[in-house]
Design a protein around this ligand. Structure first.
Ligand SMILES: [Zn+2]
Length: 238
C-alpha cells in the first residue's frame, strides 16, 4: 500500500509523543499515514515488549493509522549499519511515502539521534537504484521521499516548521495514554519513571501549548528539517 506520510520511530510511543497531532490532522484530511517502529521498546523500565505491542496497536486504532509495523531492532544497541539501513530502505520502498517524519537528531535518549540519522541515511539511499532490495520475493523499485522532517520530542529544539494541531490535541493525548504502562496512570503499580510522572505528561502538553502560542494557535507540534523548505503558495504560510 502506498502511504502519503510514513513515520519512522525508534520506540513505540515516540511517534505519539512527537507528532501524533500532525498524524491525526493529515488522516482527517484524507491522507494515508503509517508508522514503522524500529524496536519494541523492550528496555523500558515498565511494562514489557508484549504489552508495548498491544499498546501500539491500541494507539494505531485511536489515530486511524493505515499501517503500523515493527522492525524488531535491538532496543538500545541497534547500529546505523548496512543491515539496519537495508531494513529501513525496504520499508520506505514498500510504502513509497512523499513525506517521512522521524526522530530528533539530538535528544535525551541516545537511541533517538541514532534513529534520526539512520532514517535520514535510509531515505537518501532508498533512491539509489543500484541498491537492490526485495520484499516477499519481489524486487523493489528505488524510492526517495521528497521531504524528511524530524519531530521534536524530549529536548527543546528550535523548530524549522510548526504545524497547528489544535483540533487534534485530545487525539494526541488519547494516543499517548494508550501506552498505559508508560505514562502517568495512577492505577498502575510499577515504580514511577522519568516519563510516568504527572509532570512529564504536563510537559508534553506544555510543549504543544508553547509551539501553538508561537504561531497564534492553541496547540502545535514542531519539526526540524535538514534542507531549506520551499512553498508554492505564500498564502499557505501563516
Ligand atoms: Zn523514545
Amino acid at each position: 500500500m502506498k502511504l502519503d506520510i510514513l513515520v519512522l520511530a525508534v520506540h513505540p510511543d515516540d511517534a505519539e509523543l512527537g507528532c501524533s497531532g500532525t498524524i491525526a490532522k493529515h488522516i482527517a484530511m484524507g491522507k494515508k499515514v503509517g508508522i514503522v517502529d524500529f524496536t519494541r521498546g523492550e528496555l523500558g523500565t515498565r511494562g514489557s515488549a508484549e504489552i508495548r505491542d498491544i499498546e501500539a496497536a491500541d494507539s494505531a486504532k485511536i489515530l486511524g493509522l493505515h499501517a503500523r509495523e515493527n522492525l524488531k531492532f535491538k532496543d538500545g544497541f541497534f547500529t546505523n549499519d548496512e543491515e539496519h539501513k537495508t531494513a529501513v530502505i525496504r520499508m520506505i520502498r514498500k510504502y513509497q511515502p512523499e513525506i517521512i517524519l522521524t526522530n530528533a537528531l539530538h535528544d535525551r535518549h541516545p537511541d533517538h539521534g541514532r534513529a534520526g540519522d539512520l532514517a535520514n541515511d535510509a531515505c537518501f539511499l532508498s533512491g539509489l537504484s543500484k541498491i537492490s532490495t526485495n520484499i516477499d520475493g519481489q524486487e523493489q523499485d528505488a524510492w526517495r521521499p521528497r521531504l524528511v522532517l524530524q519531530y521534536i520530542q524530549d529536548r527543546y529544539i528550535e523548530p524549522d516548521i510548526i504545524v497547528d494541531i489544535t483540533p487534534y490535541i485530545q487525539t494526541k493525548i488519547d494516543s499517548i495514554k494508550a501506552f498505559k504502562t508508560q505514562f502517568f496512570n495512577p492505577d498502575h503499580e510499577e515504580a514511577e519513571t522519568y516519563i510516568s510522572s504527572p509532570e512529564f505528561f504536563d510537559s508534553v502538553i506544555g510543549r504543544a501549548r508553547e509551539f501553538g502560542k508561537s504561531i497564534g494557535t492553541t496547540y502545535a507540534e514542531g519539526f526540524t528539517c535538514r534542507k531549506l523548505l520551499g512553498v508554492d503558495d505564500l498564502f499557505n504560510l501563516s
